[in-house]
Design a protein around this ligand. Structure first.
Ligand SMILES: Nc1ncnc2c1ncn2[C@@H]1O[C@H](COP(=O)(O)OP(=O)(O)O)[C@@H](O)[C@H]1O
Ligand SMILES: O=C(O)[C@@H](O)C(=O)COP(=O)(O)O
Length: 442
């Protein structure tokens, strides 16, 4: 650890929580919170930077969910720094900047600029970049990100509506987003263990290498990385590292023995799925749901939404009728690459996305008010829009449905029973996710 790192650590080592995390989207935040809970931490997820005092007495980790993945760079930096200051105010010993396991970003950012701003504010000289999430097939080798057996740029992510990933070489991708040197911790070093990894990071820090992309093939590599980086003021990456860090915090004596995660209240109310994700896994989940539940799905189209409110009203009528039959209902804008491109060409990328997010948010608010109690939202940006519209401020983490996606519960103003809510990352979950999720809850 460099002197700068130890000074920064000292500054953040005074208070109660162990880990403070800043997630660049809501599904990513839930994914990380889920893995921290699975690692034995008592974790609270908050939506945006809390404006009121929160009781953190029985909390080891706070994950702040931001909607900063696809917004303008300056906004992402400001929001992330505000979150950082709040977390430091709670005494976080380590900070974690959570982004997507598929490194979703553009040449402008926001991963590089936000990481730089956080490092500057912490007076720290280096951080690691560990996007891998092996249990969901995201691995990194020689700095190249794989999804299953495909390179990132051949995985479907090259067609993402907001952050198309057309380059799998993360050193090169990040080098376009920062003026600082980007290095690699290769698997050949990692396989020699935590002290070899630590020495390599220190040597790179001495040469001025600020960001280090880390190869990661499996859970064992994540354990090694967690051990090598536990004393860094700031780590960055996907939720895989989040599952490995708690054991290291425990080894440092920072955590109490493993606690049973608290159970959520029994779910109640009708079942609704809102999907604005166009990722490959979601498209298959939509198709599977429609095959299992004929006549229980309603498709939204941004081109129609742009014309008038008619389609939104029709969706509402449809949902009300089906929900009264006590079966899960799906309302989706999820569409294949061709349809998404057509909408984007006609309306612009931002407007097409915003129309869908706005429509799904309005439906969520109305239908939750009318009795939906079990809500599944597919898509990171989509979840950000829906959860914000519902005015939710905190989430308790419950049972995992599939790796990276737990059920959560959120208190809602003016309502006795909390809302059961699952926020599904675009590419996570088995093909029958939209059906099985409700069975898990039952
Ligand atoms: N049919 C469509 N045409 C254009 N954009 C769409 C369509 N359906 C959804 N979108 C937008 O695509 C984006 C998908 O992003 P997101 O919700 O983060 O999903 P994922 O988790 O799969 O990345 C959202 O902004 C959403 O509003
Ligand atoms: O790390 C991951 O892959 C997820 O936690 C995540 O951030 C996914 O984002 P979306 O696919 O946009 O939901």
């Amino acid at each position: 650890m460099s002197t700068e790192q130890s000074i920064a650590l000292e500054k953040t080592a005074l208070g109660s929580i162990v880990l403070g995390a800043i997630a660049d989207d809501f599904t990513g935040a839930t994914d990380l919170a889920n893995n921290l809970v699975r690692g034995g931490m008592r974790c609270l997820q908050v939506i945006g930077v809390p404006q009121e005092t929160i009781d953190l007495q029985d909390v080891d980790a706070v994950v702040i969910a931001l909607k900063s993945r696809s917004c303008p760079v300056d906004e992402a930096i400001t929001d992330s720094l505000t979150a950082l200051e709040w977390l430091r105010g709670q005494g976080a010993r380590q900070l974690f900047f959570k982004y997507c396991s598929t490194f979703d970003s553009t040449d402008k950012g926001n991963i590089g600029p936000v990481a730089d701003a956080l490092l500057d504010r912490l007076d720290a000289s280096q951080t690691v970049m560990v996007p891998a999430f092996p249990v969901n097939g995201r691995t990194v080798y020689q700095g190249h990100l794989f999804v299953g057996d495909r390179l990132l740029n051949d995985s479907g992510m090259q067609y993402h509506p907001l952050s198309p990933m057309q380059d799998a070489d993360l050193v090169r991708v990040l080098s376009r987003q920062t003026t600082h040197p980007v290095g690699l911790l290769s698997h050949s070093v990692l396989s020699q263990g935590a002290s070899a990894a630590f020495d390599h990071l220190s040597a790179l820090a001495e040469q001025g290498t600020r960001h280090v992309i880390c190869d990661t093939l499996d859970e064992q590599d994540l354990d090694i990385l967690a051990e090598a980086t536990v004393l860094m003021p700031l780590v960055t990456g996907g939720s895989g590292l989040g599952q490995a860090l708690p054991a290291q915090y425990r080894a440092q004596g920072w955590l109490k023995p493993i606690t049973e995660p608290g159970r959520l209240n029994p779910a109640s109310g009708s079942m609704l799925v809102l999907s604005g994700s166009c990722s490959t896994a979601t498209l298959a989940q939509v198709a599977d749901f429609l095959a299992r539940h004929p006549n229980s799905g309603f498709a939204l189209d941004p081109l129609s939404l742009a014309e008038s409110d008619r389609q939104l009203e029709q969706a509402l009528v449809f949902a009300r009728q089906r929900l009264s039959e006590q079966t899960p209902v799906l309302i989706y804008a999820s569409a294949d690459q061709e349809k998404v491109s057509a909408a984007q060409q006609a309306l612009g990328v931002a407007r097409a996305g915003a129309l869908v997010e706005e429509a799904l948010s309005q439906l969520a608010v109305t239908l939750v008010n009318e009795g939906v109690g079990q809500l599944l939202v597919a898509g990171g940006e989509t979840s950000g829009a829906v959860v914000s519209a519902l005015g939710i401020s905190t989430l308790r983490i419950g049972e995992q449905i599939d790796p990276g996606v737990p059920w959560t519960q959120a208190p809602l103003e003016g309502r006795e029973a909390p809302l059961s809510l699952a926020l599904k990352s675009g590419n996570f979950g088995g093909v029958d996710f939209f059906t099985r999720a409700f069975e898990v809850l039952a």
